[in-house]
Design a protein around this ligand. Structure first.
Ligand SMILES: *[C@@H]1O[C@H](CO)[C@@H](O)[C@H](O)[C@H]1NC(C)=O
Ligand SMILES: *[C@@H]1O[C@H](CO)[C@@H](O)[C@H](O)[C@H]1NC(C)=O
Ligand SMILES: *[C@@H]1O[C@H](CO)[C@@H](O)[C@H](O)[C@H]1NC(C)=O
Ligand SMILES: *[C@@H]1O[C@H](CO)[C@@H](O)[C@H](O)[C@H]1NC(C)=O
Ligand SMILES: *[C@@H]1O[C@H](CO)[C@@H](O)[C@H](O)[C@H]1NC(C)=O
Ligand SMILES: *[C@@H]1O[C@H](CO)[C@@H](O)[C@H](O)[C@H]1NC(C)=O
Length: 168
C-alpha cells in the first residue's frame, strides 16, 4: 500500500514542473487561409520557454520565420527558419517579437502571425541553467519537449492506475 502511495506521489512530482505552454496556432482551426491570426495571438500570453505549434496539411502549407518586413509584405525578408512537417513545434527561447508566415503564397490570404514573447514570470535561470545555455537545434528542443509531455502523460496515467489499485 505504502509503495503505491510513493509511486503516486513521485508521479505527481514528475508531472508538476512541466510548465511550458504549447500555443497551438489558430486553436482548433489550425494553420489555414482566411483566419485572422491577430485575434488568436491577442488572446495568448507567450513566455520564454513556451512553444508555438502549427498544425496543417503537410505539403499544402508550411511555416517560415521572417522579420517584421517579411511579415508586413509577405516576403522572405529576414528568414530565420522553416518547418514543413505538418505538426511543427517551435521553441520560443528569447523575449522578443517573432514573425511567422506561410511560405507558398497563402501569406497573402492571412497565413501570418506575429507574437510577443515575454520574459519568464518566475525566473527561469533558477530552475535549471542547462536550457538557457543550450545551443541545441530547435528540432532537438521541440522533440525533447514533446517527449517530456509524453512521459509526463505516462506518469500521470501510472499515478491514476496506482490510485485505482490502492482503492481495490
Ligand atoms: C484582424 O482583426 C483585427 C481586430 O479586429 C483587425 O484590426 C485587423 O484588421 C484584422 N486583420 C485582417 C487581416 O482582417
Ligand atoms: C479573445 O477571445 C474572445 C472570445 O473568444 C474575443 O471576444 C476577444 O475579442 C478576444 N480578444 C482579443 C484581444 O482578440
Ligand atoms: C515592406 O513593409 C514595410 C513596412 O513594414 C515598408 O516600409 C516597405 O516599403 C515594404 N517593402 C516592400 C518591398 O514592399
Ligand atoms: C529584414 O531583413 C531584411 C533582409 O535581411 C532587411 O533588409 C530588413 O531591414 C529587415 N527588417 C527588419 C525590420 O529588421
Ligand atoms: C529551410 O531550412 C533548411 C534547414 O533547416 C535549409 O537548408 C533550407 O534552405 C531552408 N529553405 C528555405 C527555402 O529557406
Ligand atoms: C534571473 O536572475 C538572474 C540572476 O540570478 C539574472 O541574471 C537574470 O537576468 C534573471 N532573469 C530574468 C528573466 O529575470
Amino acid at each position: 500500500m505504502s509503495w503505491l502511495l510513493a509511486v503516486a506521489v513521485l508521479a505527481g512530482f514528475a508531472v508538476g514542473p512541466a510548465a511550458a505552454t504549447d500555443h497551438i496556432v489558430g486553436a482548433n482551426h489550425g494553420w489555414n487561409p482566411n483566419i485572422n491570426y491577430s485575434l488568436w495571438s491577442g488572446n495568448q500570453t507567450f513566455y520564454v520557454g513556451d512553444l508555438i505549434s502549427f498544425r496543417y496539411q503537410k505539403g499544402t502549407h508550411n511555416v517560415f520565420e521572417v522579420n517584421e518586413t517579411g511579415y508586413d509584405n509577405c516576403t522572405m525578408a529576414g528568414v530565420a527558419g522553416n518547418w514543413t512537417s505538418g505538426k511543427d513545434f517551435i521553441p520560443l527561447p528569447e523575449a522578443r517579437r517573432y514573425y511567422f508566415i506561410c511560405g507558398n503564397g497563402f501569406c497573402l490570404q492571412g497565413m501570418k502571425v506575429a507574437i510577443t514573447v515575454h520574459p519568464s514570470p518566475h525566473n527561469a535561470s533558477s530552475e535549471g541553467s542547462g536550457r538557457r545555455g543550450s545551443t541545441g537545434s530547435a528540432g532537438e528542443e521541440a522533440a525533447a519537449a514533446e517527449l517530456g509531455t509524453k512521459s509526463a502523460a505516462w506518469l500521470g496515467a501510472l499515478a491514476v492506475a496506482a490510485a485505482a489499485v490502492a482503492f481495490c
